[in-house]
Design a protein around this ligand. Sequence first.
Ligand SMILES: [Zn+2]
Length: 296
Amino acid sequence: MTAERPPVCSYEGSDYQASFWEQGGRGYEDAVEAVALRRLLPRSGRLLLELGAGAGRNTPRYAGYERVVLLDYSLTQLQQAAQRLGHSPRYVYVAADIYRLPFVAGRFDAATMIRTLHHMADAPLALRQVRRTLQPGAAFILEYASKHNLKAILRYWLRRQVWSPFSLEPVEFTPLNFDFHPRAVRQWLAECGFERQRQLTISHFRLGLFKRLLPLRLLVWLDSLAQLTGDWWQLTPSVFTLSRAAGETPVAAPGAFFQCPACGYANLEEQTDALYCPGCGRSWPIVDGIYDFRAA
Ligand SMILES: [Zn+2]
């Protein structure tokens, strides 16, 4: 396996959950995401991989799944998630790099990736990794930030923004924060082995003006109606997609779960505070019940 990896955006030590979500006036964004998830995610399943789980804001929405693996690059975000959700066989907490996912191929029957592609310098590489861990037919919900939104288009036409919202390349508006063109994301999904099924546009009313003038429940109701136009046009800052893992790829053997992200060896030995890899001799620490696969 190569050592060459794109840079990673880490929320280590961040109070993102409290400052952005709980005190940041994001009740509207959170509620419309819940509506989209309810519409797209199959009701039940066995094992769901939540990529970029953060502090577990969305995790309770996966109640129909027997087990959920919460994956994030930040150990402190996962510690917050574990505090909220607790340690039980139902949840597995994994700190890892999305470009080197520590799971055997064909393990999961569902995956979600919400507000996470946004931080990927190499989005297709991340999507290929996700596809590798999925069984054929698995559901994959991907949310991405769209550069092709009404506000960006107006600003571009009024010459208050230099980058074009119509070109296919991503725009990095602050370091490791990317907005993507919907057509580019659709191409990557197809190239990476996904068959797209549905799109919902989200956050039509993400403007301070709307949020001040209209009650939250009315805004959420209006957005949930407007979401349904997502297959026809995409002009919102956020888009949800449902895809299926396409093609005849392997299904993981029963019991196979982790694989070493450094050498690919699949039979890691669980010790008291680490997973030991006989393939390359590395030990991957287990910290507060969280598997940590980040070390080089
Ligand atoms: Zn190894």
